[in-house]
Design a protein. Structure first.
Length: 301
């Protein structure tokens, strides 16, 4: 059993213990009527709840294809924990309702299985689950931050290496390949067309980023060593289609396309990611839905 599995067992055991402790303090479901026997029932609920946690882990791993892995980044860990709570809370509530019906209904007839009892149990367990989630988020905050910083450092290193490799390959191609082979590669000059007759022609290496502003796109690029912005009446999708031949141009946000070759640094702040652009030093946001796309682009180009 590896370290991650041991930690998973420990976290789930403590979490279920917190939930059972809360039930023991507030004694819902008529637990107060059982006096000392309530301790036995709470222990049995802990055992059943612990088992349900592993059922949820199996659902996430084999059905949702979300294995527990710290290597996939902080966003993945947080998203997986959220899915765990969304699946586990209704299952635990159902388990407690069945336990109430088959075991606790002798002395408390109100524990008979019903929709009202299920929603009552669900509300209680949702509150407890939320509190437990906050505890573990605070508990692992330093680890999440350390993982996030390390992940960002590796991305920055890979980005710089990719940019250096791209420059070397371009130089070698210009020096060694015949003209016919170069003609087959995507042109360094690209023309962006709008919904009207206006067009913008620029060197693809000089493109910094493109921002959608209403019915226009703002093209930020270099010209004669100076940062320049041009407005073009076009849709973001149309501009993205014009640039599909260039793998360094990727979407990082619904309003932004960015040239990874012109990204100076990747910055992580409180679970979000931003791209610092060379020359203009503008900070471009990366939406959560596009984080994995940016990471894949940097790793695969």
């Amino acid at each position: 059993m590896d370290k991650n599995h041991k930690e998973t067992i420990r976290v789930r055991a403590i979490s279920v213990g917190f939930a059972v402790l809360a039930l023991g303090v507030f004694k819902p479901f008529g637990l107060g009527a059982w006096r000392w026997e309530a301790c036995v029932h709470l222990f049995l609920i802990w055992v059943l709840g612990f088992g349900v946690c592993f059922l949820t882990e199996a659902i996430l791993r084999f059905l949702a294809r979300m294995p527990r892995s710290y290597e996939q980044g902080v966003d993945y860990i947080i998203r997986r924990n959220l899915w765990f709570q969304l699946i586990n809370t209704p299952l635990v509530s159902l388990m407690i309702c069945l336990y109430r019906h088959f075991v606790l209904s002798d002395r408390v007839p109100a524990n008979q299985l019903s929709w009202s009892n299920y929603f009552e149990t669900l509300a209680i367990m949702a509150f407890i689950s939320f509190a437990i989630g906050l505890y573990w988020r605070f508990k692992f905050r330093s680890r999440y931050l350390a993982t996030e910083l390390e992940e960002t450092r590796l991305l920055n290193d890979r980005l710089k290496a990719t940019q250096a490799e791209s420059r070397v390959q371009s130089l070698e191609a210009a020096m060694n390949k015949p003209q016919e082979a170069l003609d087959e590669q995507p042109s360094k000059s690209v023309t962006l067309s709008g919904t009207t007759s206006e067009k913008i022609t620029l060197n693809i290496g000089d493109l910094l980023f493109i921002e959608t502003v209403g019915n226009y796109v703002k093209v930020c690029h270099l010209r004669d060593g100076q940062v320049r912005t041009d407005m073009l009446r076009a849709t973001s999708k149309q501009t993205e289609d014009d640039l599909h031949s260039y793998p360094m141009i990727v979407r990082c946000h619904r309003a932004f396309l960015v040239n990874l070759a012109q990204v100076e640094q990747i910055v992580a702040k409180s679970g979000s990611m931003q791209l610092i652009i060379k020359h203009c030093h503008d900070s471009i946001p990366v939406s959560r839905s596009n984080v994995s796309q940016i990471k894949d682009a940097i790793k695969n180009i």
